[in-house]
Design a binder for this molecule. Sequence first.
Ligand code: PMP
Length: 338
Amino acid sequence: MNVYKDLAETIGNTPLIRLRALSEATGCEILGKAEFMNPGQSVKDRAALYIIRDAIARGDLKPGGTIVEGTAGNTGIGLALVGASMGFKTVIVIPETQSQEKKDMLRLAGADLVQVPAAPYKNPNNYVRYSERLAAELAKTEPNGAIWANQFDNIANRQAHIEMTGPEIWTQTGGKVDGFICAVGTGGTLAGVGMALQPKGVSIGLADPEGSAIHSFYTTGEFKADGGSITEGIGQGRETANLKGFRPDHSFKIPDTEALPIVFDVLAHEGLCLGGSSGINMAGAVRMARAMGPGHTIVTILCDYGTRYQSKLFNPAFLREKGLPVPTWLEGVGAELP
Ligand code: PMP
């Protein structure tokens, strides 16, 4: 018998898929780790599982307890699904700007949703800071207590990638991996995989969207950000606890105009339906392949499934409004969208 005993056991061990066009174009092997194949359809299931397990082990999360988190969506979906499977409640604080599909999925997964206007971290009503206060209140009023998951500064998040994602990549490539690159939201994936693979001689790269200050921090020591991106779940303006103690070997600034055509291309020609952050990662892998030269194997993260962004990334009207190019085949698909 080959049976998983519960949802938690199905998280991780995702396939590594060769990205054909990008590999052919660069003369490198560019491989995508299919994190959209986790049960919550994103890389964040791993962090959710580790944060919950850590809180249980510490004795902070008790049976029937409540998990509170501020999230762009995917961490919340992971927490809600894993939480449901273990008997915990979830309360999610999310910026209004995140896709409707993610909000719908969060409700479906049983989370109580609190929507707040998008605001910078220094604003006390920023979704992360709001969630911290809400957790403190609920810890007093909920009969079985409440915890704040705190994915940005809780290093149980990166531990998931130190113990799972990094070693999986090493095993799946038989140790024949030269580079790894991805974007930063909390930094759990980049720093965790980096901490696992950098000591084995793998070069680690950051792919940073416009509007994020991490590339500037790693290259100049200062947090500076210009422009913006339609991608969700990535971009950061400070060195989170998950990033502390880690430094990438390469760093690239990736505009949406470079990332999105790759997202459309892998959907049309390789059957991979992905979100925008995967596009930043794949474009970053191409930059890294060009920097390292042909013959190298470079792994990146395919963070989440594309249907989560049907109303935005795959909606011609939305793309046009943002001044982004629309592939001709998407025009026909868009005609059927509401
Ligand atoms: N892509 C998406 C779609 C995400 O939701 C996230 C998490 N916020 C990331 C990438 C970045 O992952 P991490 O938090 O590990 O930096």
